[in-house]
Write a protein that binds this ligand. Structure first.
Ligand code: F3S
Length: 389
């Protein structure tokens, strides 16, 4: 991989040990994947934030890295942490966990990375444009940015996204190159797609079949709102490794190979996927917001809960900005009155729910339904919001 003189300087430590380390990481990745050079990126989204997922080793790495003095050179922001930074006591997060989590956030913010702590930065105004190169590392955010916005990002790891945040560049390979952005499997959707869980189930099915291929969808219909598409992309990234998809009349780009394998999908198959994900008969916790909720989704929950009382705990997961908007609009108050919580900065998968004693969780997300049994030891109920509530 060719490096400019300035990049050589960064690598040799001319601009400090932190930047040298970041350059070393980008150079190594670029060489492994055959990149010709580094290209500028306009933003970085850094995963690896929850103490539950990165543990003490991750915390030590971050504090050590931060001590080297490296700072983000481009707009950079964080994925969800293991708790709401402000309301963690209300959530019931154990104190030792909270202390470590706050140290992780401090290490990141000292490097100039904004503690947005969300997997839906595109819902709070961070919306890269068609053709814009970025370095994002949360799988559903990657999928949304590549597909629904037409931006260009590979599936960055927490460490490569951090290195890109500091250097402002990424190796030029994979989905940054137009020739690698062509769909080679096409799903002809013949299901009604009336519910959000239909999109989650379709994502789980398509991701399993597509694996690392780029899928295209035909026939998603008018009910494919942005919220439903974020659920589809998240599920596909969880059951497969799909970082980009196309959907006819929905995504800004449509590049499908003429020889793409065509696969019909019927409602019956989606219902089978939903039944397979169901492992709990009753739940102790209901969590909505994987990916993080939009204000419209929170409004719908508030509408369903108005004047009612919940029998189990409810967390509505979202970004801090959307939580503030939900507070101002009165939706968070309605949810609180019913006995639920709107929580920011975290989600059901990266919060330590298993340490908090929960054993069964209700979700309306294909991605959460996939990860909760393995990462959080939960039995799962995968249903639409109306049924869960
Ligand atoms: Fe976001 Fe957590 Fe789901 S990071 S996509 S809410 S698993």
């Amino acid at each position: 991989m060719l490096l400019t003189r300035q990049e050589e300087g960064l690598l040799s430590g001319e601009f400090g040990a932190g930047r040298a380390k970041a350059m070393e990481i980008l150079k190594a990745v670029g060489e492994i994947y055959g990149a010709d050079r580094l290209i500028p990126v306009s933003s970085a989204q850094v995963a690896g934030v929850s103490y539950k997922t990165i543990g003490d080793a991750g915390l030590d790495f971050l504090e050590d890295f931060a001590a080297k003095g490296a700072k983000a050179g481009i707009p950079s922001f964080l994925n969800p942490a293991g708790m709401d930074r402000e309301s963690w006591k209300e959530m019931g997060i154990p104190q030792p966990f909270a202390e470590k989590q706050l140290r992780i956030l401090k290490a990141y913010t000292s490097m100039g990375i904004s503690a947005t702590c969300t997997c839906t930065p595109y819902l709070i105004g961070i919306r890269p444009k068609l053709g814009e190169h970025i370095a994002w590392s949360e799988s559903s955010a990657i999928s949304f940015a590549n597909s629904m916005l037409g931006a260009r990002t590979n599936r960055e790891s927490a460490i490569t996204a951090l290195a890109s945040a500091i250097i402002g560049k990424t190796p030029n390979f994979g989905l940054h190159l137009d020739e690698n952005r062509v769909a080679n499997i096409a799903f002809e959707v013949r299901a009604g797609m009336k519910k959000l869980t239909d999109f989650g189930a379709l994502g789980l099915l398509a991701g399993k079949i597509a694996k690392e291929r780029i899928p295209a969808f035909m026939g998603l219909g008018k009910s494919a709102t942005e919220d439903r598409m974020k659920s589809l992309g998240a599920a596909m990234a969880a059951s497969g490794a799909v970082a980009l998809y196309y959907a006819s009349d929905i995504t800004p780009e449509w590049k499908v190979s003429e020889s793409a394998e065509r696969i019909p999908v019927e409602q019956r198959q989606l219902d089978e996927v939903k039944a397979k994900m169901q492992s709990a008969n009753s739940v102790e916790l209901v969590t909505i917001g994987c990916p993080h909720c939009s204000l419209a989704e929170i409004k719908e929950i508030a509408w369903l809960l108005k004047g009612r009382k919940l029998k189990v705990k409810l967390w509505v997961c979202t970004s801090r900005k959307v939580k503030e908007e939900a507070e101002s609009a009165g939706y968070a108050g309605v949810i609180r009155d019913a006995g639920g919580l709107v929580v920011a900065d975290t989600c059901m998968v990266v919060a330590p729910i298993e340490q908090m004693g929960f054993k069964s969780t209700g979700v309306n997300s294909g991605k959460a339904a996939t990860y909760l049994p393995t990462l959080c030891k939960q039995k799962v109920s995968f249903k639409d919001i109306e049924e869960l509530l």
